[in-house]
Design a protein around this ligand. Structure first.
Ligand code: HPA
Length: 278
């Protein structure tokens, strides 16, 4: 397992990408489980499979396409990750977050992260979309922070501030986009855990007590690296299942993918609305 990448290795991936596209994206969008369809809306796309870039890990999860699509959406040049890399696939934190470093070196200024998540807040129902206002970094607290290892001062500070992981101005744009599209946008805290097993009832009661509104197996490492690299971040969780606080229901990956069909059009409207207002 690769514990960290040198700047030269990161730039090799960047050079390979630049050999495939002349576009210079300002905004990157990561599409989570079941949310891949948005990439089809990108105009004049250049598509690159993850496996075509040196050092780039390959996503092994059903429901994740594993492509980068660079093109135009609502007047912005966007870098869309159709699928992402997860820690539970057995990749290192450095591998999970290599795409973010590539975005940063390409000049991306804004990262929009999306994910499928379990609703921990009892008011949430499957199909809801939650604006992520903050996160709980359980992986980092357990010693899996993607910034561990050598720090390259030219791409970010050793001890980066995390007081505002999610950009307030971008959150305001998302709220405007939600009200213009009559979307009941939830707001809350996303708890990032490793997976791949879903949480048990006691895990979920603990997460609720800790202040989590949603729980998922991604996003937080990406956001930490993006903030380290001074990118502005906006995040949406699609609530794909209700947390099973009393052990009365079963959670499956199939229902996560199924809920994505209701969530995708809402997230697409929100992202389009934000891009129009940048
Ligand atoms: N838990 C963790 N990750 C998830 C869930 C969940 O219930 N649903 C979708 N991703």
């Amino acid at each position: 397992m690769i514990s960290h990448f040198s700047l030269d290795q990161i730039d090799e991936s960047v050079a390979a990408l630049q050999a495939r596209t002349s576009k210079r994206p300002r905004v990157a969008i990561i599409l989570g489980s079941g949310l891949n369809d948005l990439a089809a809306s990108v105009k004049s796309p250049d598509a690159i499979s993850f496996g075509e870039l040196p050092h780039f890990p390959v996503s092994t999860v059903f429901g994740h396409a594993g492509r980068i699509v660079i093109g135009e959406l609502e007047g912005q040049t966007v870098f869309v990750m159709q699928g992402r890399i997860h820690f539970y696939e057995g990749y290192s934190m450095a591998q999970v977050t290599l795409p973010i470093r590539i975005m940063q070196r390409l000049g991306v200024e804004i990262l929009i992260v999306t994910n499928a998540a379990g609703g921990v807040n009892p008011d949430y129902v499957p199909g809801d979309v939650m604006l992520i206002t903050d996160n709980l970094n359980f992986l980092g607290m357990m010693g899996h922070n993607p910034l561990m290892g050598p720090n390259y001062d030219e791409i970010g500070p050793r001890f980066p501030d995390m007081s505002r992981p999610y950009d307030r101005d971008l959150c305001a744009l998302a709220r405007t986009a939600a009200s213009k599209n009559n979307i009941n946008l939830r707001e809350g805290v996303y708890a990032g855990v490793s997976g791949p097993s879903f949480e048990g009832p006691a895990d979920l009661r603990f997460l609720r007590m800790a202040g989590a509104d949603a729980v998922g197996m991604s996003t937080v490492p990406e956001v930490i690296v993006a903030r380290h690299g001074n990118m502005r971040v906006l995040g949406f969780s699609g609530i794909s299942n209700k947390a099973n606080l009393d052990g009365s229901t079963v959670t499956t990956h199939e229902e996560v993918i199924e809920a994505g069909k209701i969530i995708t059009p809402k997230i697409e409207k929100l992202i389009r609305g934000v891009l129009q207002r940048l």
